[in-house]
Design a binder for this molecule. Structure first.
Ligand SMILES: *Cc1c(COP(=O)(O)O)cnc(C)c1O
Length: 461
């Protein structure tokens, strides 16, 4: 059977039976259908037509060590033969879950020493929400239920995590939105600052929006503030340096908990094991998922602060929460091996020393392009924001249209970056070397020029 025929058959079956996440199905099915990805190798994936594609998104912020690791395959194989599954509900445990919990406690900030496992970022955030509210009940302050989060935050797609997130199009699907969440502005200097406002001043203003909200709710009703150290799905929004220290000050002042959603930033993306370390914050809980196993199998969790863990030791307290696959032995074995590989190959310090700076240099090449409003990056995550008018930062009409045009040019040229409206975002595997940066740079240059041709008439004179 030819590749073409195979591809068409797969696409047809896909359209008959498969509902995709975050997708306009009518458009997907009316167009040529989804691209069929059949293989991954190192920094590349291959589609069913035999095209090699450089993956600038690490799958979806996940494959930090790259594709095709025989060592991870072997770790899964060995564990499946030894013990493919056992639960951890009924006073039982097993070696891989204990070893991984120990390892994570070692890598995490000093005050986080316990782990509750799940299989997705959404689940781990749901767990965190329950833990936060349960904590305040145990502390005798049950009125503290409100969790403050931010606009454009992404915390997952379950009803609680989706309600904590700040994306209105996600909320539309969870009527009624799960109660008890408030959303304040995100620290997005390029899009939200006043004329002439410095990033430093803006960072303080964005942080103080949290304090304003605490006072509006009444501090005695506020349980926690939750945020991604860098907003990922919201468009790689990197807070100015003044932001996180001020957030920590506010959280401390009112004695509320800090939840760092490190589902993207965990496991080295910023050049530290956790971004909390990078920004010098002291979260009471860290949620993680995606890159814990480099995405080879699903695994997530919540790193829990000693203060919360101690409260759970209260006499006769039942924490009535858990997932069948909490601490799945195969997932734990793969995560352990993944972390071992990251340490052996120095992938985390390399983000600080070589790959992160290389990404920043690559993006900086495009900052003067007529379509580009801003380039930004931190560690191995970055963005190129496209605008119709560089001077006034005016967006294109019909937000998201130009981003998709640009993304399609990338795709046709064998490169993946994701479009968040008109912001092109990337989060390459941490294994990128000069070859990949050069390849990406050449594609981005061509794709931006092609996009410019497509939308030239809409640009400010
Ligand atoms: C992806 C993501 C989630 C949700 O993770 P799932 O595994 O898709 O449930 C939560 N928070 C952040 C910051 C994410 O990027």
């Amino acid at each position: 059977m030819s590749n073409r025929l195979q591809t068409e058959q797969i696409q047809q079956l896909d359209s008959q039976h498969h509902l995709h996440p975050f997708t306009t199905h009518q458009t997907l099915r009316a167009a040529s259908g989804p691209r069929v990805i059949v293989k991954g190798e190192g920094a590349y994936v291959f589609d069913s037509e035999g095209n090699r594609i450089l993956d600038g998104m690490a799958g979806l912020w996940t494959t930090n060590i790259g594709y095709g690791s025989k060592e991870l395959a072997q770790a899964a194989y060995d564990q499946i033969l030894e013990l493919p599954f056992y639960n951890t509900f009924f006073k039982t445990t097993h070696p891989p879950v204990v070893a991984l919990a120990r390892k994570l406690a070692e890598l995490a900030p000093a005050n986080l020493n316990q782990v509750f496992f799940g299989s997705s970022g959404s689940e781990s955030n749901d767990t965190a929400i329950r833990l936060i509210r349960h904590y305040w009940v145990l502390k005798g302050e049950p009125k503290r239920r409100i969790i403050i989060s931010r606009k454009n935050a992404y915390h997952g797609s379950t009803i609680a995590a989706g309600s904590m997130g700040g994306m209105s199009h996600v909320h539309q699907h969870s009527y009624p939105v799960y109660e008890g969440f408030r959303h304040v502005m995100d620290p997005y200097w390029y899009g939200e600052s006043f004329d002439g406002e410095t990033p430093e001043a803006f960072g303080l203003r964005a942080a103080r929006a949290i304090e304003d909200e605490i006072l509006r709710c009444g501090p005695e009703n506020v349980a926690a503030f939750a945020g991604e150290p860098v907003q990922g799905a919201g468009g790689v929004k990197i807070a100015p340096d003044t932001y996180w220290p001020e957030v920590q000050r506010i959280v401390d002042k009112y004695g509320i908990l800090l939840l760092a959603d490190e589902v993207i930033t965990g496991f080295g993306r910023l050049g530290t094991w956790f971004a909390s370390e990078y920004y010098g914050i002291r979260p009471d809980l860290i949620t993680f998922a995606k890159a814990a196993t480099s995405g080879y199998v699903p695994l997530s969790g919540v790193l829990v602060g000693d203060n919360i863990a101690d409260a759970l030791m209260a006499e006769n307290d039942d924490f009535n929460h858990g997932y069948t696959f909490s601490g799945h032995p195969v997932a734990c074995a793969v995560a352990l091996k993944n972390l071992e590989i990251m340490e052996r190959d120095r992938l985390v310090p390399r983000v600080k020393e070589t790959t992160g700076p290389a990404l920043a240099r690559m993006l900086a090449r495009f900052k003067d392009h007529p379509l580009v409003g801003e380039v930004r990056s931190v560690g191995m995550m970055g963005a190129i924001e496209l605008v119709a008018d560089k001077k006034t930062r005016r967006r294109f009409s019909d937000l998201g249209r130009v981003g998709l045009i640009c993304r399609d040019h990338f795709f046709r040229d064998g490169f993946i970056m994701r479009a968040v409206f008109d912001t092109m975002v990337c989060a390459p595997p941490l294994i990128w070397a000069d070859t990949q940066f050069e390849e990406a740079s050449a594609v981005i240059e061509r794709a931006l020029d092609q996009t410019l041709q497509d939308v030239k008439g809409e640009l400010a004179a």
